[in-house]
Design a protein around this ligand. Structure first.
Ligand SMILES: Cc1cc2nc3c(=O)[nH]c(=O)nc-3n(C[C@H](O)[C@H](O)[C@H](O)COP(=O)(O)OP(=O)(O)OC[C@H]3O[C@@H](n4cnc5c(N)ncnc54)[C@H](O)[C@@H]3O)c2cc1C
Length: 461
């Protein structure tokens, strides 16, 4: 790569090219997960689609390793790379709501909070995840689960079309009617087939919700988990509710007597008024001992989406393990409680996110994301602010996962994986859709330019 080639690339960018010699290089390369420390050769902070096209051409022609960064939240830091080029989309943040068609055009640098903010003004929302600083791009391309999933499906089930820069630099729009194979692969196949520059989503009427967490002391965890297991299939789909094994954070506003105690929690959001929300939660609450505290109440939807943001600032150490879970037998519950009790830090957690309702009404082969017959997507996350705890977080996460995995399905949500999964894990995750995904990868990215991701090797013809 000549200096002249770099200079030409830089001159033609509307955005910025950030290099190791720049004063803000360290802040520009910093990822959400403080455990990951990658040093790209260059970061192209793109201002528009033309910049993205130029960056794709530049990386391909110069033989540079290429990473794509949406929100930079990915566990193993797949939004960046060592010694390569990062396409950083964080400047591309336009959101345009069409209130007639209830659709939302979202630039690929948006966080889910950016979109919630824009749609809430119209009493609308798109199903995203439950921490508002997460990037829409990576979350969507991996699938996307959140409070609205039971009623409206995964984020990808609400994707209408996407603009994509392909490996050869062409910009195409993928939908069910154009580039339908590419559109199929985008919905769950991660960033394997190109750089998405904008998404068009279907939004839904969501405004004030009845939402928040309910915590029980760990002594009640078994009763709560058993009751939640029975409650979920009967609960109205307007109620998105996940279960967590956690520690009560030792800080306000949590009641002092519970600070640092192990706990079981359900965190829910009912799309409707408070009285209906209380009614929806009643069968669960009647089946278990009284909680330590119940903080469900009426709030604007963006408030529940951002409720956990303050506990998870950028830069913490994170080690992730995930699985899809079909059922939760009593033995599995006992194993979870034992493993969660060994958590090495107060922030470490296990969550079970529902995969039911609308998710199951989409055929397994309709999108690359295939495990629509699961009941939950489980995540085990070892989390702490102290980098010296990194090994303890990994050891705990791996041990916990190993203990519960025999009760679970073979695959897991790609957005809850690190980059140290066993061989065959992606095949197990995509199941019967895997060969088709590898063929589409071969069609759109035969040389695997887009390989800094949960990578699908192009199928050999
Ligand atoms: C605190 C926290 C909470 C979370 N909660 C949820 C949740 O509730 N539900 C859920 O589903 N997930 C959740 N996640 C997981 C989240 O979906 C993943 O971390 C996801 O990868 C984040 O996307 P990003 O754009 O921020 O990531 P990045 O690190 O920027 O990118 C992640 C991957 O996507 C690819 N990519 C990014 N942008 C593009 C693009 N424009 N075109 C093509 N490829 C691209 C990258 O190459 C990379 O492989 C959570 C993560 C965190 C850290």
């Amino acid at each position: 790569m000549t200096d002249q080639a770099v200079a030409t690339f830089e001159r033609n960018l509307r955005g910025r090219l950030i290099r190791p010699t720049d004063a803000d290089y360290d802040s520009a390369r910093a990822l959400y997960n403080g455990m990951i420390d990658k040093r790209p050769r260059m970061i192209a902070r793109c201002a528009d689609v033309a910049d993205v096209i130029a960056a794709v051409h530049f990386a391909r022609e110069e033989g540079l390793l290429l990473a794509i960064r949406g929100g930079g939240h990915n566990g193993p830091g797949l939004g960046s790379c060592d010694d390569g080029l990062v396409i950083d989309l964080s400047m591309m943040k336009s959101v345009r709501v069409d209130k007639e068609s209830r659709t939302v055009r979202v630039d690929a640098g948006c966080t889910s909070g950016d979109v919630d903010h824009a749609t809430h003004a119209f009493g609308l929302a798109v199903p995203f995840g439950n921490v508002s600083t997460t990037g829409v791009a990576g979350l969507t391309l991996g699938g996307g689960t959140g409070y609205l999933t039971r009623k409206y499906g995964l984020t990808i089930d609400n994707l209408v079309e996407a603009d994509v820069v392909l490996a050869d630099g062409r910009l195409v729009t993928a939908s069910t009617s154009e580039y339908a194979d590419l559109f199929w692969a985008l919905r769950g196949g991660g960033g394997n087939c190109g750089v998405v520059t904008s998404f068009l989503f279907q939004a839904h009427a969501v405004s004030t919700v009845y939402a928040g967490p309910i915590f029980w002391e760990a002594t009640h965890a078994k009763a709560v988990m058993r009751a939640y297991r029975e409650f979920l299939p009967e609960a109205p789909e307007d109620l998105g509710v996940f279960l967590g094994l956690k520690t009560v954070p030792p800080m306000d506003p949590f009641p002092k007597e519970f600070w640092g105690k192990r706990a079981c929690a359900v965190i829910g959001s009912y799309n409707g008024d408070a009285a209906d929300g209380e009614r929806a939660m009643a069968p669960l609450l009647e089946a278990v001992p009284p909680p330590a505290f119940n903080w469900m109440g009426a709030m604007p939807f963006p408030a529940i989406q951002a409720l956990f943001d303050p506990f998870f600032p950028k830069g913490l150490q994170w080690y992730w393990k995930g699985d899809f879970v079909k059922s939760l037998p009593d033995d599995a519950i006992d194993t979870h409680i034992m493993q969660a009790g060994r958590a090495p830090s107060a922030l470490s957690l296990m969550h079970l996110y529902p995969i039911d309702g609308a998710v199951r009404r989409v055929a397994k082969d309709a999108t690359a994301w295939s495990t629509r017959d699961a009941t939950w997507s489980m995540v085990i996350a070892g989390i702490d602010s102290d980098p010296t705890k990194a090994d303890a977080l990994k050891t705990w996460g791996r041990g916990y996962w190993k203990a519960v995995h025999p009760y679970n399905l073979g695959g897991g949500y790609i957005n809850f994986m690190m980059d140290d999964e066993a061989e065959g894990r992606l095949q197990a995750t995509y199941g019967e859709n895997f060969p088709r995904l590898a063929l589409i990868k071969a069609k759109y990215d035969p040389k695997n330019l887009f390989r800094v991701n949960q990578n699908i090797q192009p199928a050999v013809a």
